[in-house]
Write a protein that binds this ligand. Structure first.
Ligand code: GDP
Length: 529
């Protein structure tokens, strides 16, 4: 096989997706079952250890100490049928939502998990908004059918109205709770029957072919006839599956099942293999990059520190957009204009870190980072490209940092610079003072930063309240107007960690007034790298 053919085949086999859900909907459980189906783990249950990340700071710290666990589960590659699946984990805790958002820029599709008793919850709404920025195709899984649930038609209505996306039911549940008997597959015209007690193993699905098969009546009793009546209603009230609409992010195929009972997860996984997009073309500032281009390119969407406490080892997660990674390849670190030889990239096969010989578009590789790589950085083989769409979000909480020991200000600045490059926090330096102001999307981030400053940089700091309610990145194409604005707004201006001009608004009202007063100034709530 020629290189071109091999590249095309590898691209065609890749599916890279993330799971989005409200906490407790079942993301961890589904991840386990996906790995079980991918034969990446022998017995479901291995992913459990990272559950602590969303409960309390103390739990998070404890988890940090066993960082090996959280890292190995944040990118998982496994085979399914003839595909290679890259599953990207997103942190469950809402305080880490920035990380989650950026992870969503590195996938080509997403799995949305919905708790059948609760329906669409607020965090799902937020994550959906992020997916919509790139029209990411979404497969939906309505989970926990082994419990009492809300009316499935009502659930679909809610997904359609709250999330603004068409639903196409692919499977339909037969009963729920104690009476949950399985699903009918509308596309395959086949019943899949649920048997309890096989949550931790793979057993062949028991099937009955054909909606009107009398075997369904003898097996399901009255539930078979009830299902047929229901399906008429469902088919009248919902949409049939349309691959193009799904790929455009306008329609979501919906599956029902129970992750805990390991039922329905394989139907979802098959839908990714059959329908989800292979690695998509990516926009760079200069041009669009196709995955089948022979030369390597990729971008960094996440940096994770100190995975091995003995070495200060920081790993940059890079999504490959085109070409092939090969051990020892020479890559261009575009922002620095420097060539680096990468001999020791990591892969995350089957949840284990391993050294990597080669990798393809859609794959995530880990690069050792000695403080030079930032989120959003592009790596290429000798082309000046900058990938777009890896945003910073305006933080919503702010604290002023005060050192306990004023002599340590160098270490503090170094620590904050590195932690902000990693995305753990955002730093702002007001023009009118020497203050350092931290911004976060969730309050837990502050505790984590203080903890890490102490552990990793030996700096103790305290936080003070500060009169900032939100921040906007400032842009203006008219130099004269910008200068005038800078003069007038001077006391409210600052530079962020990357040296970008920002406006620190003491209140929403103030922001609104300024926006009205300076219509030529762009007050942006996100900043692209
Ligand atoms: P996450 O917060 O989204 O990762 O949710 P988890 O996977 O940790 O699940 C939250 C809780 O729901 C756990 O106690 C799971 O055992 C339970 N759970 C997950 N899936 C199911 C299911 O299909 N049925 C039932 N009854 N419980 C489930």
């Amino acid at each position: 096989m020629s290189f071109t053919e091999q590249l095309a085949a590898e691209v065609a086999s890749r599916r890279t997706f993330a799971i989005i859900s409200h906490p407790d909907a079942g993301k961890t459980t589904i991840t386990e079952k996906l790995l079980l189906w991918g034969k990446a783990i022998q017995v479901a249950g291995t992913v459990k250890s990272r559950k602590s990340d969303r409960h309390a700071t103390s739990d998070w710290m404890a988890m940090e100490q066993q960082r090996g666990i959280s890292i190995t589960t944040s990118v998982m590659q496994f085979p399914y049928r003839d595909a290679t699946i890259n599953l990207l984990d997103t942190p469950g805790h809402e305080d880490f939502s920035e990380d989650t958002y950026r992870t969503l820029t590195a996938v080509d599709s997403a799995l949305m998990v919905i708790d059948a008793a609760k329906g669409v919850e607020d965090r799902t709404v937020k994550l959906m908004e992020v997916c919509r920025l790139r029209d990411t195709p979404i497969v939906s899984f309505v989970n926990k059918l082994d419990r009492e649930i809300r009316d499935p038609i009502e659930l679909l209505d809610e997904i359609e109205s709250v999330l603004g996306i068409q639903c196409a039911p692919i499977t339909w549940p037969i009963g729920a709770g104690r009476d949950f008997k399985g699903v009918y597959h509308l596309v395959e015209d086949r019943f899949y029957l649920y048997t309890q007690g096989h949550g931790h193993e793979i057993i062949p699905d028991r099937c009955i072919d054909g909606l009107n098969n009398p075997e369904a009546d003898s097996t399901l009793g009255d539930q078979a006839a009830a299902l047929r009546d229901m399906l008429e209603l469902v088919q009248g009230a919902s949409h049939s599956f349309d691959l193009e609409l799904f790929r455009a992010g306008k329609q979501t195929p919906v599956f029902f099942g129970t992750a805990l009972g390991n039922f329905g997860v394989n139907h979802v996984l098959s839908s990714f293999v059959d329908w989800a997009p292979t690695p998509l073309a990516r926009k760079a500032q200069q041009r669009v990059v196709e995955p089948t281009e022979p030369t390597f390119s990729g971008f960094v969407f996440k940096i994770q520190a100190n995975m091995d406490p003995r070495h200060r080892d920081r790993i940059a997660f890079l999504r490959i957009c085109s070409g092939r990674y090969e051990k020892g390849v020479k890559l261009q670190h575009v922002r620095l204009g420097k060539e680096v030889r990468v001999a020791d990239a990591l892969t995350f096969l089957a949840g284990e870190r391993a050294h990597l010989e080669e990798a393809w578009p859609g794959d995530i590789i880990g690069l050792h980072n000695h403080g030079t790589i930032q989120i959003g950085d592009t790596f290429t083989e000798n082309e000046n490209l900058q990938f777009l769409g890896i945003p910073h979000f305006a933080p919503e909480m702010f604290r002023r940092v005060r050192l306990r020991d004023p002599l340590k200000s160098k270490q503090l600045q170094k620590g904050l610079k590195e932690l902000s490059e990693e995305g753990a926090t955002q730093v702002f330096m007001p023009q009118i003072s020497n203050d350092l102001i931290l911004g976060a999307v969730g309050v837990l981030q502050f505790d984590v930063v203080a903890f890490r400053l102490k552990e990793e940089y030996k700096v103790e700091c305290v936080y003070e309240p500060v009169n900032v309610s939100t921040v906007r990145w400032i842009q203006c194409s008219d130099e004269r107007k910008l200068t005038e604005f800078k003069k007038k707004a001077h006391d409210q201006l600052s530079l962020d960690g990357g040296g970008h001009l920002t406006y620190l608004a003491p209140s929403r009202v103030n922001l609104q007034i300024m926006q009205e007063r300076y219509p030529d100034i762009i007050f942006s709530p996100t900043r692209e790298h």
